[in-house]
Design a protein around this ligand. Structure first.
Ligand code: GDP
Ligand code: MG
Length: 284
């Protein structure tokens, strides 16, 4: 029969479930489904395969093409790294430092999370693994002072990139944001246009909650880009669509494991394809 279509109510339900389970979020999912319904009508789409291809196109259209980090063309570039506790800041800093060192960049790390001794030791360990120096103070010392020392050390050693780790507990707490602002302001006193990148690290398994976190950090310290971690888990990281749409922030890297090698550039096409794959990398 002419006009026969593979696309029925079940198809739409399956797509809706897939998007919601991938943490794309209900508002984005609903607007995508509306858009797809009208495309199915106007373009005469009848095959599920065509529908998925068109949907992938729409999803890619929602993502910002990543640009390289703004870390060259000056004596010292500074990266401030923020995010809630456990999101993967310290680990991602270690991985980034390793990548930069492989690219022959002279990197130095600042242990701005002085809240716990273990946090300082953890960054030092990553510094050893990545082969880059770490400037640290005593536990519970003022992070702004550590950062100040780190900038001076960076200048003295002719480092090209300084990456600043920060504490992440109590993200809803006024004190944490105030501390981040203070660290940023100290950076600016010594390097007037710093930080050149302010990266927010988001745990890919936290779903839509990541959006409200991102908004709070954005308000306090003007985030310039995002790193999403733990996408080696079953989490799909679909909250990125809402974050990109509402905050206009590019995603630079994704974390895909706990070792030094497990950080890759964000690739919108691969990311969208991964939403449609099951855990074995096969198409759903
Ligand atoms: P921080 O509190 O934001 O500094 O977070 P950490 O860097 O200490 O990371 C918290 C936990 O998440 C650690 O156990 C890390 O090994 C783990 N982690 C960080 N990134 C990834 C990732 O991409 N994949 C996986 N599986 N684990 C990660
Ligand atoms: Mg940490």
């Amino acid at each position: 029969m002419f006009g026969a279509t593979e696309i029925d109510d079940d198809t739409w339900e399956d797509i809706e479930a897939l998007l919601v389970q991938a943490d794309v979020g209900v508002p984005t999912t609903m607007s995508l489904l509306d858009r797809m319904r009208s495309r199915v009508r106007s373009e005469g789409i009848t095959r599920q395969e065509q529908l998925i291809e068109a949907l992938k196109e729409e999803l890619r259209g929602l993502l910002i093409e990543p640009t390289p980090l703004n870390l060259s063309g000056r004596e010292l570039s500074v990266v401030l790294v923020a995010g809630v506790n456990g999101s993967g800041k310290t680990t991602s800093i270690g991985k980034m430092a390793y990548r930069m060192r492989l690219n022959n960049r002279k990197v130095i790390l600042a242990a701005g999370d002085t809240f716990r001794a273990a946090a300082i030791d953890q960054l030092k360990l990553w510094g050893e693994r990545a082969g880059v120096p770490v400037i640290a103070g005593q536990p519970n010392s003022d992070p702004a002072a550590v950062v100040y020392d780190a900038v001076n050390a960076a200048h003295a050693r002719h480092a090209e990139v300084l990456i600043v780790d920060t504490a992440g507990r109590l993200h809803s707490n006024f004190n944490l944001m105030a501390e981040l602002v203070k660290v940023r302001d100290v950076l600016r006193k010594v390097v007037p246009d710093a930080p050149h990148e302010t990266l927010l690290v988001l745990d890919g398994t936290t779903g839509q909650n990541a959006l409200s976190q991102a908004k709070k950090f954005q308000e306090a310290i003007d985030i310039t880009g995002v790193v999403v971690t733990k996408l080696d888990s079953t989490a799909k990281g679909g909250m990125l669509f809402a974050i990109q749409r509402e905050l206009g922030l590019p995603v630079h890297y994704i974390g895909i494991g706990e070792t030094m090698y497990d950080l890759v550039f964000f690739n919108p096409t691969a990311f969208v394809d991964s939403l449609f794959e099951n855990g074995n990398g096969e198409s759903a």
